[in-house]
Design a binder for this molecule. Structure first.
Ligand SMILES: C[S@@+](CC[C@H](N)C(=O)[O-])C[C@H]1O[C@@H](n2cnc3c(N)ncnc32)[C@H](O)[C@@H]1O
Length: 401
C-alpha cells in the first residue's frame, strides 16, 4: 500500500484537529499535525508494537513524549528552490524531489532561527543568483543549515552553494552580521555533488566563532556546523540518562561507544565504567570528541578512528585488551553492518544498549543477535518522541545476559 494511504488508514481511529501550520499537507516535513499530540503518541506506540511483534520476549514499549512539542528542534536544513522565477527556501514538498515549499515560519524551529532564514532568503534574492536545480544541475544557491543553541539562544548559519563567486556570499554574510544579532557565526559550504545531500566538500568560516557551544546534561560540548546532535536536547538527555541506568554496576568494567559522533553517549558511559573506547568513521567528529572529553575532564575515554565493521576485525585488541562489559551502539538509519554484528557477538558484552531511529533495521539486527546468542534477553524498550508532529521516533533497547 502506498505510504499516504497507509497513513490515512492509521489515522482513521483518531479525531482530527486543525493543523496549525498553513503548509501542512503540502510540505513533506510534518505528517501528524492533524492529530492531537496524545493521539500522535498513541499512534506511534501502536506502530512500535506492530513493528516489534515478531521478536520473542519483547517487553512493553514505554513511549516518552515531549512536554512542549513545538519549536523543539535545534537544527534544520532548508533547500533553495524557485517558483515562477522567484527564489524560495524551505523543505521539499511531499512526494516531490524538485518542488520546495516556501513558508514564513516552521513551527518546529525557534523563532530566531526562522527570522534568520527569512533574512537569508531576502538577501539571496537581492543577490540576483538562481537556485540550483537538482535535475538540470544548474544554478547557485543550494541549502541553508541553521543550528540554534539552547544554551545561548545564538545561531550558526551555513549557506551551501554550487561552486561559484565568493563576493555575493561575503556581501550576504556581512548583511547578516549587521541585521541579525542572534547569529554567532556564518559559514559558506560549497558542493558540486550531483546527489541532493547537504554535505559540502569545502567549508569556509566567513565570520564569527569557529565552534558552536551547547550544554547537554552535565557536559558542555562544542560542535562543528556538521556535527551530529539529536534534534531535541530534552529527549537526548533522557536517552543518555537511560543509558547511564542501563550500564550501572560495572564500575570496574570496560565500555564501547560505537558510532560515537562527538562522544556524548561515551561521556555518560565513562561515569559508569573504568574505561571507554569510542569509535567513529568521521575525523571531524572524533577531533571534537577528543576536545570535548578534555574540556569536560573525561579522562577515561579513548577514541579510535575507522568504520566499526572493519576496525573491530582486529580481534586481538578488541576481544582481549578492550573486551567490553557494556556496549552502546548508535548507528545511522541502515543499522549495524553484518560484520559489526558479528564482532559484537564475538565480544558478548553483558549489556548492549541500542539507540536507533529506524525500527526496521533495529528489528532485523535484534533478531540476529537474539537468534545467534539465545542467552541475550530484551530487558527494556523505551521510545522517545524526538520528532513530534512527524512520523519518526527514537528508540533505546537494552539487551542483557
Ligand atoms: C547517530 S550518529 C551517533 C551520535 C552519537 N552516538 C551521539 O550520541 O551524539 C551516527 C554516527 O555514526 C558515524 N558512522 C556512520 N557510519 C559509520 C561506520 N560504518 N563506522 C563508524 N562510524 C560510523 C557517523 O559519523 C555518526 O557520527
Amino acid at each position: 500500500m502506498n505510504p499516504e494511504r497507509l497513513l490515512e488508514q492509521e489515522k482513521i481511529s483518531y479525531a482530527r484537529v486543525s493543523p496549525p501550520c498553513p503548509v501542512f499537507g503540502a510540505c513533506g516535513g510534518c505528517s501528524l499535525q492533524d492529530l492531537a499530540y496524545e493521539d500522535q503518541l498513541a499512534l506511534k506506540r501502536q506502530r512500535l508494537s506492530r513493528a516489534f511483534a515478531p521478536l520473542d520476549g519483547m517487553p512493553a514499549w514505554e513511549l516518552i513524549g515531549l512536554e512542549e512539542p513545538w519549536r523543539y528542534r535545534n537544527k534544520a536544513e532548508f533547500t533553495f528552490g524557485s517558483a515562477d522565477g522567484t527564489l524560495t527556501l524551505g523543505y521539499h514538498a511531499a512526494r516531490s524531489f524538485w518542488r520546495i515549499v516556501d513558508f514564513e515560519d516552521c513551527l518546529l524551529m525557534p523563532e530566531a532561527a526562522m527570522r534568520a532564514t527569512r533574512l537569508v532568503l531576502r538577501l539571496a534574492t537581492e543577490a540576483g543568483l538562481s537556485a540550483y536545480h537538482p535535475r538540470t544541475h544548474e544554478g547557485f544557491f543550494r541549502y541553508l543549515l541553521v543550528r540554534a543553541s539552547r544554551a545561548s539562544g545564538r545561531l550558526l548559519l551555513c549557506l551551501m552553494t554550487a561552486p561559484g563567486p565568493r563576493e555575493p556570499i561575503e556581501r550576504m554574510a556581512e548583511a547578516i552580521r549587521a541585521q541579525e544579532p542572534a547569529v554567532a557565526s556564518c559559514y559558506w559550504g560549497v558542493t558540486a555533488r550531483l546527489a541532493d545531500i547537504a554535505v559540502p566538500e569545502t567549508l569556509t568560516r566567513l565570520w564569527g566563532e569557529e565552534l558552536f557551544e551547547e550544554r547537554v546534561g552535565p557536559f558542555t560540548v562544542q560542535l562543528h556546523p556538521l556535527s551530529f546532535l539529536q534534534p531535541s536536547l530534552v529527549q537526548a538527555e533522557r536517552m543518555y540518562d537511560r543509558l547511564s541506568e542501563a550500564v550501572a554496576g560495572f564500575s570496574d568494567g570496560t565500555g564501547w561507544d560505537l558510532y560515537c559522533g562527538i562522544g556524548l553517549a561515551g561521556f555518560y558511559l565513562a561515569r559508569r565504567v573504568r574505561k571507554v573506547y569510542g569509535v567513529d568513521s568521521e575525523p571531524h567528529h572524533l577531533k571534537l570528541a577528543e576536545a570535548n572529553a578534555a574540556r569536560n575532564g573525561v579522562g577515561n575515554i579513548e577514541f579510535k578512528f575507522g568504520k566499526v565493521e572493519t576496525l573491530l576485525m582486529d580481534r586481538r585488541f578488541w576481544l582481549q585488551e578492550a573486551k567490553p562489559d557494556v556496549v552502546v551502539v548508535d548507528p545511522p538509519r541502515a543499522g549495524l553492518h553484518p560484520q559489526a554484528l558479528s564482532s559484537l557477538l564475538a565480544a558478548r558484552p553483558r549489556r548492549i544498549v541500542y539507540f536507533s531511529c529506524n525500527a526496521q533495521s533495529l528489528v532485523r539486527d535484534l533478531a540476529v543477535l537474539l537468534k545467534s546468542f539465545p542467552r541475550y534477553r530484551l530487558a527494556s524498550a523505551q521510545a522517545y518522541d524526538m520528532f513530534p508532529q512527524t512520523n519518526h521516533v527514537e528508540t533505546v533497547l537494552v539487551l542483557e545476559r
